[in-house]
Every structure is written in structure tokens, then in C-alpha cells.
Design a protein around this ligand. Structure first.
Ligand code: ADP
Ligand code: MG
Length: 258
């Protein structure tokens, strides 16, 4: 569905991403991992079309994403790292207003149904009349995700949605993304937390703007020669980023992005 080839991004004269390949199929949950500052947010913006790359190509259903962005953007959801919903409003009002703004062509009853469905999908039923400011971090993140789900995007990007959540909330939000993917939407999530990784179909590991790995979670440990996901970052430091890039390109896992 979405394919990126040799994506490069320069910002302020600095090369932030270089020659990154990526692929997302229908119904896949993909995790983008990497140390802080490695380029995860930059990659998400480039893949979603919200801030186009300077180099390489991104295609969506075979068409150039950046050229056809106006046509396809309704099918793409993007949840930024920082929460943007107004916290003084209740859950149902936030989603109701968002539905009014985003679903202008949809009649009032159908908008209401979409809000109800989104609230149910995110397990916020008991919190619908509570102000966003009174919610837990995990619930607040769910509301931010919900705004992007109102128009049933085919692909949802979320930047560090589980950052700052305790382990139980992190797990439960990742399980929600897993269910969304099982329901047919594709979900691409950045994270620097090395837990719940077995819930993902594929992991991408970014180091200093380079793709060090893209493939199944159970392939990552042997690939990096570690017995525990948490040791991957230390391994990344043991070689220059370009070496990881070259190693990946030669590995059997490279077929996952071709
Ligand atoms: P991550 O999300 O993995 O923490 P980012 O994509 O935010 O990484 O940033 C990658 C690198 O690009 C960092 O070194 C950051 O300082 C730099 N960077 C991010 N945004 C800009 C910008 N607008 N101008 C210049 N450098 C930037
Ligand atoms: Mg980031």
C-alpha cells in the first residue's frame, strides 16, 4: 500500500535521513524504533506526506504520495507526539467537534454514529462525559488517536503515542493498535520503548537517519545478535550507521522493503 525508496531529508542544511526504504501493507502494525534524535519523527512526517522528503520517492497505492496528497490525505491519519485536543472539553465534545470539522459531507446522525464507534473502539465509553484534562495519560492519548480515526483512515501514523505511559497503559494502547491493524487499517507507530514488540508485524530500526533493520520482531534479536530487545541500542553504537545500512541492504530482510 505504501512504499518508500531511498528517502532522504535535509533540514537546515543537515542530512537528517538518508536512503531509507520502507513498506507498509494493508492491516500491518509497524513499529519504528530508534534512539532519541535518530530521525523517527522526521521519517513519520515524510512517510505520511505531512512534511515531504527532499530525496527519494514515497508511493501510496502506486501513486506518488506527494503529488496526489490532496486526493489521498483523507485516508491518512497522523497523531503528533504532543497532544493537540482541547483539554477543557469532554471526550464526546472533542470528538463531536472534530467530526463536524472533518466530516462536513456526512449528515449529523452518521457523524454521531462515527463518534460513538470511535469511543467504543478506544474503550472510552465510561469516560465520554469527562473533561480531557481529567483523564489519565493513556486515555488522553486515546482521544488524540480518536480524532484521527473519525474518518476511518486506511493508514494511521502515531508519533511516540506510548511515551510517558506506565507499562500497563503502554501495553493496552499497543494492543488497541494491534486490533486496529487486525481490523484492516495499517498503523505505523514510533517508539523508543523496547516492550510489547512481539505485537508488531514489522519493526524498523533507525540509527542516525539510516535504516538498520526492517523485518519481523523475531528476526531482530538474531540480526543484532542480542538476547533481549533492550540491548539493541547498545549494539547500534558498536558500528557506524552507514555500516548498519549496508549490512541491512545485503541481508535477507531487505526483501521486506523491496
Ligand atoms: P527522533 O524523533 O528519532 O527523536 P527527529 O526526527 O525528531 O528524531 O530528529 C532527528 C534529528 O534531526 C535530530 O538530530 C534533530 O535535532 C534534527 N532535527 C529535527 N528537526 C529539525 C529541524 N527542523 N531543523 C534542523 N534539525 C532538525
Ligand atoms: Mg521524535
Amino acid at each position: 500500500m505504501l512504499k518508500a525508496r531511498k528517502v532522504g531529508v535535509q533540514l537546515g542544511g543537515v542530512q537528517i535521513l538518508q536512503s531509507v526504504d520502507f513498506a507498509v501493507n494493508e492491516g500491518e502494525l509497524i513499529g519504528v524504533l530508534g534512539p532519541s534524535g535518530s530521525g523517527k519523527s522526521t521519517l513519520l512526517l515524510a512517510l505520511s506526506g505531512f512534511r515531504p522528503a527532499n530525496e527519494g520517492t514515497v508511493t501510496f497505492d502506486g501513486k506518488n504520495l506527494y503529488e496526489s496528497f490532496d486526493e489521498v490525505k483523507a485516508q491518512i491519519g497522523f497523531v503528533p507526539q504532543d497532544d493537540i485536543v482541547p483539554s477543557a472539553l469532554t471526550v464526546e465534545r472533542v470528538l463531536g467537534y472534530a467530526a463536524e470539522l472533518r466530516l462536513r459531507d456526512v449528515d449529523v446522525e452518521e457523524r454521531g454514529r462515527r463518534v460513538d464507534r470511535t469511543i467504543a473502539k478506544l474503550g472510552l465509553g465510561e469516560r465520554r462525559t469527562v473533561r480531557v484534562s481529567k483523564l489519565s495519560g493513556g486515555q488522553r492519548k486515546r482521544v488524540n488517536v480518536g480524532v484521527e480515526l473519525l474518518n476511518d483512515p486506511r493508514i494511521l501514523f502515531a508519533d511516540e503515542p506510548t511515551s510517558g505511559l506506565d507499562p500497563a497503559l503502554e501495553r493496552s494502547l499497543t494492543e488497541t493498535f494491534r486490533k486496529m491493524a487486525d481490523g484492516g487499517s495499517s498503523v505505523v507507530v514510533t517508539t523508543h520503548i523496547m516492550t510489547s514488540l512481539e505485537l508488531y508485524d514489522r519493526l524498523a530500526v533507525i540509527v542516525k537517519g539510516r535504516l538498520a533493520y526492517f523485518g519481523p520482531p523475531d528476526g531482530a534479536k538474531p540480526y543484532f545478535d542480542v538476547d533481549d530487545f533492550t540491548k539493541i541500542y547498545a549494539r547500534l553504537d558498536s558500528h557506524p550507521a552507514v555500516d548498519w545500512h549496508n549490512r541491512f541492504q545485503k541481508s535477507e530482510h531487505a526483501r521486506h522493503v523491496r
